[in-house]
Each structure stands twice: as structure tokens, then as C-alpha cells.
Design a protein around this ligand. Sequence first.
Ligand SMILES: C[S@@+](CC[C@H](N)C(=O)[O-])C[C@H]1O[C@@H](n2cnc3c(N)ncnc32)[C@H](O)[C@@H]1O
Length: 225
Amino acid sequence: MNVLSAHAAYELWSQTYPPIAHNPLMRVEQDVVERLLAQQRATRALDVGTGSGRYLPYLNATGARVVVGLDFSRAMLARCAGAPSLRLVLADACRLPFRRAAFDLINASLMVGDVHDLDRWTGELARTLMYGGHLIYSDFHPSWAQHEWRRTFRDAHGRTHEVAYQPHAIDDHLAAIERAGLEIVAIREPRFNDDGDAAVKAFRKQWGNPPVVAVFHAVRPHGPQ
Ligand SMILES: C[S@@+](CC[C@H](N)C(=O)[O-])C[C@H]1O[C@@H](n2cnc3c(N)ncnc32)[C@H](O)[C@@H]1O
């Protein structure tokens, strides 16, 4: 199987990528992220690597007047359905086309595994976050690299493709968060629940039950008063 670059993969994957948690990994991730987002009240919210917009309704539910979904895949953005407050932006997460402190809430779900330069990415998110603003993001857990799991998907013709990804250690995330001037609030490392899903059962039997996702919650501390 040939391994597609992230951009090529998402252009193709968009055809079969509904804006809901459509596999066990996304369900485990959303369980955690949804609860963190539900605690937020925001005015301007950004979803980085929004894909088909799975988290846009949750950002909208924070009360935000402006919700922005950003992605570098035009085909993915075309799948986002919008509320009137929604703006969609085609751009690279490592060069955000926004002024400093433009948002008080930033979400980025399962996309930083496509990013090589973690410092650059974290720095850009921190730059666009207001003082006191919250950053919530998730990544594939280092278990993936440890066990050499591969990321695959089926296109609209039923063909299977593999997507390249960039593994990041938990310590690398924490160091990048610190260097960007953010403070970590919480890290969660969820595992699959035994919810009767046959694929999850088989996975747990083969691998034990390692964490599959890492979720980070950080804040940009208030500057000097
Ligand atoms: C695994 S999908 C996740 C989509 C959505 N966040 C979700 O969780 O349902 C990753 C998304 O990030 C986008 N992406 C990856 N690297 C990016 C980058 N450097 N800049 C902007 N978007 C990027 C991809 O196009 C894709 O839509």
C-alpha cells in the first residue's frame, strides 16, 4: 500500500469523512474533548484542522459570536455545514492568517499528528490565543508509534490507503506548550471502553488496553496587570 501525504490523503478521504465521530478512536476522543468544550464560554472560537467540521457545533454551543473552521484541504472544508456565525478559512495551521490574540478558545482535534514542526504549530496557536484563552487539542497517543500501528482509510471506491503521520511524545507536547508560553491545565490519555464493538474487542485482545489518544488542555496565562 502506498503511503499518502497528509494533504493528498485528506483531499481523497473527504468523500467518506462525515462530520461525526465515525470510528472507535474518534468516539473515545470525543468523549473527553466534548466534556472539556462544554465547560467553556467563548466569544471567538477557532477549530484548527476542522476537517468536515465535527467540532463546529460544540464551539457554537460555547456561545461564541464567531466560530472559524480552518483547514488546508479545500475538499474537507466543502463538507462543513455552517451556522450563520461560521467562517471557513483555507490555510495552513503553521501560518495562521489571524492577528495576535484573535480567539479566546482554540480546538484542534486529531490533526497535530500531521504536523512536523510541533514548536511552530504550538507557537502559532499560542500567538492567536487571547490572554486567559483556552487551547484544547488531541493527538494520536505515542502508543501508535510504539506498536507501529498504521493509519488507514477507505476512499469512495472502497480502496484502502495509508496516511503518513508524525508521532509526538507527551514530553515533546509539554515542552512545546511551555516554550509557547502556555500553561498546561490537564492531560487525558483515554483507552477504549469495552462497549461491545467487535473491532474494539479484537483490539483489546491483541494489544491489552493501551491509551490510544492524548488530549491536552492549556491556557494562555494573563499578562502583567
Ligand atoms: C484526522 S482529520 C481531523 C478532522 C477534525 N478535526 C476531526 O477531528 O473530525 C485532520 C484534519 O486536519 C487537516 N490538516 C492537517 N494538517 C493541516 C495543516 N498543516 N493545516 C491545516 N489543516 C491541516 C486535514 O486536512 C484534516 O482535515
